[in-house]
Design a protein around this ligand. Structure first.
Ligand code: NA7
Length: 551
């Protein structure tokens, strides 16, 4: 513990050793900063450490889902990705490689959870507490806790009486779960449930999927990256990102999906061909078929209807197919990339229960009872019920800002940030891929690097001017919050109860959480703030005020 007259022990405390934390730590090292990372898990990887459930796989292509900060790393790793979309163990291995290659582990405290962080205004530093009883001081606090890391298990009556085992996919046992000869109940049909179900169905005696909302899933069309196709694939993915992140010209808006054509300007036969081509190409980007897909309900329904047709086609039993047809506007909940999900329902050992019309009443000793009285026996319950997305893990840090204000109170009506990076009233605190930044609507590794680079430039600026306190101004924050909302209001996202809207967590304020405009537009905003010498922040030094330093 630091006594009042001492300087903080560290320049920066980083919370989390997933990709965000690793990247931030590497940058701190480059800048000569003393940084300490705290990580609850016994290893690096973050989300890719915890989510080791069967079938866990990334829906961003491997060749694009990796760091670009070191050209050698990128090049050397290119031939190591076995598949178009990487499975969880492969991505975890990459995170471990990064940690070892840059010798990052020496600054990471594993199995240590940050439990509280208090801003000491008089000392201009953070006091960070952990579940191991540490109290560490640092000038800056950086949250790299990830967007989807606070697992949510629904509170179901009777769960304590269940005599089998139950697991949330986001906290999967490291020695695996044996489904052989077992009756399994899987709750949740988002990306995770849709990935896990077909794999579980292969070994379980019986799998019953409990579905509250049918979701849209397009075929992933995963394939091996081989010596024969690798060069072509590298070029294809490079072209994709070059178009998506152009250095100049009009920034592509993410919900346009780089399309310029409006749905009904394209004749019906041509539309059908386009949907078929996108379906063949595979991947979760399927739904971004036209410029107006995410802004016009009628246009959106053209894509939705195409998927419903494909579901009817894939599932043999018409009653089961009917239960699987989604009705909300496609894309307004996270689009899913699937492999064998719909076909799985043609297996004799797989059943689908619609728990929207007949909800779960309670867990019993031997399974689940629905409101109708229907009981489903199970040996294993699998909760693929999602996360308290974007804000849950940050709020769990119990951060107290100026005057002891809890972040929880500052965000009572939903998150309020400047750039998704900083919060008024919480000086020297920054979030990697925080709410109101592109985060989950982007390639998150790209977004991490965008944030880490921006923070690196900020730290250099502060050092050069001698500032040791930086706080988002209230007016700039208010402006950013309105700007994010005004962009989101142009889209259909608002109309669906999704985790993008915070609607999956009882009591969570309903507000659209990510920045919807895409990374290029977002980068412009980041650059503006930098180029204005960070005047949207209040900057000061312990000895000299900002007006004297700003020139
Ligand atoms: P998601 O996408 O939040 O999906 C969770 C699923 O669990 C979804 O089908 C929910 O139904 C269902 N759910 C949640 N709570 C309940 C309760 N109480 N009862 C029944 N069903 C429930 O989480 P995932 O883990 O699949 O994916 C998260 C992201 O991780 C994913 O988008 C990728 O980016 C990676 P609902 O739709 O709310 O009716």
């Amino acid at each position: 513990m630091t006594t009042p007259d001492e300087a903080p022990a560290f320049d920066i405390v980083i919370v989390g050793a997933g990709f965000g934390g690793l990247c931030a730590l590497h940058k701190c090292r480059q800048l000569g900063k003393r940084a300490a990372v705290f990580e609850a898990a016994p290893d690096v990887g973050g989300t890719w450490y915890w989510n080791s459930y069967p079938g866990a796989r990334c829906d961003v292509e491997s060749l694009g889902y990796n760091f670009s900060f070191d050209a050698d790393l990128k090049r050397e790793y290119q031939s190591k990705w076995p598949e178009r979309f990487s499975a969880q163990p492969v991505i975890l291995e990459y995170a471990r490689h990064v940690a070892d290659r840059y010798a990052l582990r020496t600054d990471i405290r594993f199995k240590t959870r940050v439990t509280r962080a208090i801003w000491a205004e008089d000392r201009r530093f953070w006091i960070v507490e952990t579940d191991r009883g540490d109290q560490i001081t640092a000038r800056f606090l950086v949250s790299a806790v990830g967007c989807l890391s606070s697992a949510q298990v629904p509170s179901l009556e009777g769960i304590d009486t269940f005599e089998g085992s139950w697991h949330h996919t986001g906290n999967w046992p490291k020695d695996g779960v044996n489904f052989e000869t077992k009756h399994v109940l899987l709750i949740g049909t988002g990306s995770t449930g849709v990935q896990a179900a077909p794999i579980i169905a292969e070994s379980a005696a019986r799998l019953t999927v409990l579905q509250r909302t049918p979701h849209y899933a397009a075929p992933a069309r995963n394939y091996a990256l081989t010596r024969e196709n690798l060069e072509r694939e590298i070029q294809r993915v490079a072209n994709f990102y070059a178009a998506r992140y152009p250095a100049d010209g009009d920034p592509p808006i993410s919900w346009h999906g780089m399309n310029t054509v409006m749905t009904f300007d394209d004749p019906p036969e041509s539309r059908q061909r386009r949907f078929e081509q996108l379906w063949e190409r595979g991947g979760a980007g399927f739904f971004l078929a036209y410029k107006d897909t995410m802004t016009d309900l009628k246009a959106n329904n053209e894509v939705s209807e195409f998927v419903r047709t494909m579901i009817r086609f894939a599932v043999k039993d018409p009653a089961t197919a009917a239960k699987l047809l989604p009705t909300y506007p496609i894309g307004t909940k996270r689009m899913i990339a699937e492999t064998n999900y719909y076909e799985m329902y043609n297996r004799p050992n797989v059943y689908l229960e619609d728990i929207r019309s007949d909800p779960i009443e309670r867990v019993t000793a031997h399974g689940i009872r629905l409101k109708s009285g229907h009981e489903i026996e199970a040996d294993i319950l699998v909760f693929a019920t999602g996360y308290d997305a974007l804000t849950g893990s940050i709020l769990r840090l119990n951060i107290e800002g100026v005057g002891g204000l809890p972040l929880m109170s500052a965000w009572e009506a939903g998150p309020r940030t400047l750039l998704g990076l900083a919060v008024h009233g919480f000086p020297n605190f920054f979030m990697i891929t925080g709410p109101q930044s592109p985060s989950v609507l982007s390639n998150v590794i790209y977004s991490i690097e965008q944030h880490v680079d921006w923070l690196g430039e900020l730290f250099q600026f502060l050092d050069a001017r001698g500032f040791d306190r930086v706080e988002a101004s209230l007016s700039a924050q208010d402006h950013w919050v309105s700007y994010c909302a005004s962009l989101a209001n142009q889209t259909l996202y608002q109309h669906t109860d999704s985790w993008y809207m915070g609607a999956n967590i009882p009591g969570k304020p309903r507000t659209f959480l990510p920045f919807v405009g895409g990374n290029v537009l977002y980068k412009r905003r980041l650059d503006e703030v930098r180029d204005e010498n960070y005047t949207r922040f209040a900057l000061s030094s312990s000895t000299v005020d900002s007006s004297a330093r700003a020139s």
